[in-house]
Design a protein around this ligand. Structure first.
Ligand code: NAP
Length: 259
């Protein structure tokens, strides 16, 4: 490993599964000390123990729901107490809410925006005091191709992900002169437990898996580690002049007009 994050302190939300878990593994191997936050307490405790054993990095498991601002503030304070500061924040916690607009319930709308948008803001506002005090911080929000293009049947998730890209741009500009960068990554379909659950809900999961792969120019679905490497670049000083922007990682799918 190249130790591209040596000495850095990173807090990753949604670290208990999928893309967030892959980012945690890569960041630990690249030398960062970690705070791993998720609603799934067992998953982050297990991952913290495994990564500490494998890499020797400090790994603090945090059990929290990103929609709970008070709990998030407490978790970030514990992280600063334990690790000393927060250099990097990865906002990866997210939920798929795909509904027919006319039958969408108010509670589903609220959950979609509370987790995918407000939750990211809770975490950024909780990380800012430490980052501003040090004049240094990199935030990476995990958005989606749904933040750029619309797939029928997926409302209101794309609205929240468009909002997350807007949050990225807005805060990137707001804090640029004080040493803080805010960027986002927009993955296409990535094979994670959430994607597996969605496939399993389709009438013919294997046919849908093949259909999804065939839609992609490279004829394959993305892997969590491929998003993790993009997060590593954006969270490192290699990307120090990249701010308030979004990187699409979808194998080129969103540039395609006709197959
Ligand atoms: P995943 O496998 O379901 O992992 C998400 C993790 O976040 C889970 O451990 C989940 O815990 C946790 N989480 C959910 N809501 C939370 C909350 N309110 N507070 C704290 N933790 C919470 O999903 P994934 O596919 O890796 O997705 C990760 C991110 O990438 C999401 O933001 C998603 O929108 C985005 N994304 C994914 C894809 C894809 O194709 N996979 C594509 C584009 C964007 P529980 O399991 O306990 O709910």
């Amino acid at each position: 490993m190249t130790q591209r994050l040596e000495g850095k302190k990173a807090l990753i939300t949604g670290a208990g599964s999928g893309i967030g878990g892959a980012i945690a593994e890569l960041f630990a191997r690249e030398g960062a000390d970690l705070a791993l936050l998720d609603m799934d307490a067992e998953a982050v405790v297990r991952l913290s123990q495994d990564l500490h054993a494998q890499t020797g990095r400090r790994c603090l498991p945090l059990h929290a729901d990103v929609t709970d601002a008070a709990r998030i503030n407490a978790c970030f304070a514990e992280t600063v107490d334990t690790l000393g500061r927060i250099d990097i924040l990865i906002n990866c916690a997210g939920v798929n809410v795909f509904r027919d607009p006319l039958t969408l319930e108010a509670a589903e709308w609220d959950r979609c925006f509370d987790v995918n948008l407000r939750g990211a803001w809770h975490c950024i506002s909780a990380a800012l005091p430490s980052m501003l005090a040090n004049g240094y911080g990199h935030v990476v929000n995990i958005a989606s191709v749904h933040g750029h293009k619309i797939i029928p049947g997926s409302f209101p998730y794309p609205v929240a992900k468009h909002g997350l890209i807007g949050l990225t741009r807005s805060l990137g500009i707001e804090y640029a002169s004080r040493g803080i960068r805010v960027n986002s990554i927009s993955p296409g379909l990535i094979m994670t437990p959430a994607a597996e659950r969605w496939l399993a809900s389709c009438p013919d999961p294997e046919a849908e898996r093949q259909r999804q792969a065939d839609l992609l120019p490279g004829k394959r679905i993305g892997e969590p580690s491929e998003v993790a490497y993009t997060a590593l670049f954006l969270a490192s000083d290699e990307a120090r002049f990249i701010n308030a922007t979004d990187i699409l990682i979808d194998g080129g799918r969103s540039q395609l007009y006709h197959a």
